[in-house]
Write a protein that binds this ligand. Structure first.
Ligand code: GLN
Length: 452
């Protein structure tokens, strides 16, 4: 009830939720009470969560923040959300996001932009973005509208909004969480994960979200370790890599200082710092912005006005497709579809798409080499704190630069955790990121807990 009241009071301003489901939440909470009274507590019994509106929820409208899904009500539940329900969680509603998870500012939602609950000191009138695409999830957790949230990360969409909103968030290893029932953006990069107030809360949520699922052919058939226990391992004896190529020209002094602070904390806790090289880092953003739109253009072909969602009637079938897609998709989604179909088209496929796949393999190899020297990598999550809602909106490339430190983990399939670690001169939260070996979230959690 406290969370539902907070949503009622603050959601009109923050717009963190697209759909609130109070009746369902109260019914689930009552069931949780009854289970507790019977002494049948499960890992998440009664814990109120926000669900990114990219996860299909049976019987509850799921929009991907797009007009094209209209009033789509899925007949089935995503694997991740069904596991959360299995473990006793309470769902408050569906969190806002950038349309189809494409963006870094949560300004492209068909249901309106999300506001970051934080304000710059002395500039309280300026509305800041929560980051994206999981801006609703991060804003809801930061503003105490939910105890935790589900999110997805294709190129940074869990970690960047977590950093902008002063909360924790982890993108697990590709294959750790099932993608079944999550609306696809770029299937070889998409991964679900939690956003929560603390590293340990993320670990507890991930324990429920993760696990093998035969309905996702890329899901890993591996046991799920006790992530919460791993948080307490400490970092003594660990080797922490500091990648030289992440010291970008023009990196703001406060981001560099935060990074140094993180290094000092880990050293004080008994870790060894090792300078490493990830030589193909500079190609990561262009590679990502070819691979992701290519896969998106293919995944979004299914929104044709025939099978589900919005339909704009036309003169004939082709006209129906065109009218539906013209009316249903927003500007950024159309831009990605155009880029994607271009790089996949005959004559350009080898020059762009195949080349990007080759560079992606090199980026993955950079990390494989790094793991011979270090157990985890420490880097900033973002090159800046949250920016104003009116900034960067007319320059897609400036917007894409937000993702410079996050896309590498998706291209390589490795886990990445963002931890709130400091603030900028105006009091805004800043995040540090810990990257780890494939399926070694445990070390990532241990390091994250040490700098939290
Ligand atoms: N900002 C990146 C993009 O727009 C990442 C989004 C995501 O991780 N879903 O593609």
């Amino acid at each position: 009830r406290a969370h539902l009241e907070a949503i009622e009071a603050l959601n009109p301003r923050l717009n963190a939720f697209i759909t609130v489901t109070p009746e369902q939440a109260l019914a689930q909470a009552e069931a949780a009470d009854a289970a507790l009274a019977r002494g049948e507590a499960k890992p998440l019994t009664g814990l109120p969560l926000a669900i990114k509106d990219l996860f299909c929820t049976a019987g509850t409208r799921t929009t991907a923040a797009s007009r094209i899904l209209g009033d789509f009500v899925p007949p089935y539940e995503s694997t991740v959300t069904s596991q959360l329900l299995r473990d006793g969680a309470v769902f408050l509603g569906k969190a806002n996001l950038d349309e189809f998870a494409m963006g870094s500012s949560n300004t492209s939602s068909a249901f309106g932009a999300v506001e970051n609950p934080w304000k710059r000191q002395g500039e309280e009138g300026t509305v800041l973005v929560p980051g994206g695409s999981s801006g609703g999830s991060a804003a809801a957790v930061a503003a105490r509208l939910a105890l935790g949230a589900t999110a997805t990360d294709t190129g940074g969409s869990i970690r960047q909004p977590a950093a902008f909103c002063g909360v924790a968030g982890i993108k697990p290893t590709y294959g750790r969480c099932s993608r079944f029932g999550i609306i696809a953006y770029a299937s070889s990069l998409d991964q679900a994960g939690p956003v929560a107030r603390t590293v340990e809360d993320c670990a507890i949520l991930l324990n429920s979200m993760a696990g093998f699922d035969p309905r996702d052919s890329t899901s890993a058939d591996l046991p799920v370790p006790d992530f919460a226990a791993a948080c307490e391992r400490g970092v003594k004896g660990l080797r922490i890599g500091i990648p030289r190529e992440y010291r970008l020209d023009g990196l703001p002094a406060e981001i560099a200082a935060l990074w140094e602070q993180g290094m000092a904390w880990l050293k004080a806790e008994g870790a060894t710092l090792v300078e490493i090289s990830l030589p193909h880092t500079k190609y990561a953003l262009p590679t990502y912005y070819i691979v992701a739109p290519a896969e998106a253009s293919s995944n979004l072909a299914r929104y044709d006005g025939v099978r589900f969602g919005l339909r704009e009637n036309g003169e004939d079938l082709k006209d129906l497709y065109e009218r539906t897609r013209a009316a249903g998709f927003g500007e950024e989604v159309k831009r990605r579809i155009l880029i994607g179909t271009y790089v996949l088209s005959a004559g350009y496929y080898d020059a762009y798409y195949v080349k990007a796949q080759q560079v992606r393999a090199l980026i993955r190899q950079d990390f494989d080499h790094a793991w011979e020297q270090v157990d985890a990598i420490l880097a900033p999550t973002t090159p800046s704190a949250a920016f104003g809602r009116d900034e960067k909106q007319d320059d897609p490339v400036a917007m894409y630069l937000n993702d410079v430190f996050t896309v590498t983990a998706n291209l390589a399939g490795i886990p990445g955790l963002s931890v709130p670690a400091g603030q900028d001169a105006k009091g805004l939260p800043l995040g540090l990121q810990i990257l780890g070996r494939r399926f070694d979230e445990e070390t990532v959690f241990a390091v994250g807990r040490a700098i939290e």
